[in-house]
Design a protein around this ligand. Structure first.
Ligand code: UDP
Length: 316
């Protein structure tokens, strides 16, 4: 079996690539490296079943040879990236999805879109089932990502219905683990690196907004199960363990033993107040449920960030 993983040098993409290689697949990674990092895949260079092509997936895609599966995982995904790369975020969700679907159609390959809980916007329903249509502000700071992914889902279903491409859509909720960028701006790398370096933990607003954090190995297991299923509607993959940002900050302080204080900064516009997946579909259709607890997953993540911070301090 041979797969293309767009965004394969990114956080989720590189973990998926590792898992596929481990399972015996050949993998071609396409990534333009605007937020991906070669360090995430450098251990695979020289592997006989691994190939890397530096490519912007919003442009015409050509990959030589047979392909069985296209995983479209390319996109900046952190709220700070939405400000830095708004046009690229829109393009990779729209044009990139179109090109990746075109590649799948041309190769008679199966296709999976990495979508997001952001399609639910600031949800008025909690937990969020896949049948919820969402509450998105199209012109707010998150609009570029939310609308690009909503368009990407529509395009994926159109290719499924019209061109009969064998597609899947996974809606990821907050995921954390090794290989998150230290400067990615999201709550896990921010608070962990602040705690490890004795700086104040920045909590936006009152910190009563919630997230449910899934450990990356569990999440990738859900992806592999979905790839092996015949289910074409969107499916939530994430953790149901919902915490407020304040609770998350306290957990980080406890696990790191840090004496850092908590500093409240202004709330972000359109920051979803609640986020937690309804996992009924994942359980019933994939027999999948995450198994790593937040504390256990954070311990594994802390080890990674400690090493990264050592390198940063050695080469400031
Ligand atoms: N957040 C925070 N401090 C930070 C970074 C994020 O309080 O340094 C909050 C943010 O306002 C949001 C939550 O943590 O409510 C999760 O933010 P993140 O950027 O990780 O991703 P999101 O789930 O919003 O896409």
């Amino acid at each position: 079996m041979r797969a293309v993983v767009t965004g394969g040098a990114g956080f989720l993409g590189s973990h998926l690539t590792d898992r596929l290689i481990h399972d015996g697949w050949s993998v071609v990674v396409l990534d333009n490296l605007i937020t991906g990092d070669l360090a995430n895949i450098e251990h695979l260079f020289g592997h006989e079943r691994f190939q890397f092509i530096k490519q912007d997936v919003t442009e015409f895609l050509y990959v030589k040879g047979d392909i069985d599966f296209v995983f479209h995982f390319a996109s900046p995904a952190s709220p700070v990236d939405f400000e830095r790369f708004p046009i690229q975020v829109l393009k990779v969700g729209a044009l990139g999805t179109h090109k990746a679907l075109g590649l799948a159609k041309d190769k008679c390959a199966k296709f999976m879109l990495a979508s997001t809980s952001e399609v639910y916007g600031d949800p008025l329903v909690s937990p969020q089932p896949e049948t919820y249509w969402g509450n998105v502000n199209p012109i707010g700071p998150r609009g570029v990502y939310d609308e690009a992914k909503r368009y990407a889902e529509a395009m994926t279903m159109a290719y499924h219905h019209f061109h009969k491409v064998d597609t899947r859509i996974v809606r990821f909720f907050n995921t954390y683990g090794p290989r998150m960028r230290l400067d990615d701006g999201r709550v896990v790398p921010n608070l962990v690196s602040q705690a490890l370096s004795g700086k104040p933990l920045t909590v936006y607003g009152d910190g009563e907004q919630t997230r449910s954090f899934g450990y990356v190995a569990d999440i990738i297991d859900g992806v592999v199960r979905l790839a092996g299923s015949d289910f074409h509607e969107p499916i939530n993959i994430g953790s149901e363990d919902e915490r407020t940002v304040m609770e998350f900050a306290q957990t980080v302080l406890k696990l790191t033993g840090s004496g850092s204080r908590i500093e409240h900064l202004p709330a972000l516009p359109d920051d979803p107040r609640k986020r937690r997946p309804d996992l009924t579909r994942a359980k019933e259709i994939l027999g999948w449920h995450p198994s790593t607890g937040l504390e256990g997953g954070l311990e594994l993540t802390l080890a990674y960030f400690r090493e990264k911070l050592k390198l940063v301090n050695l080469n400031p």
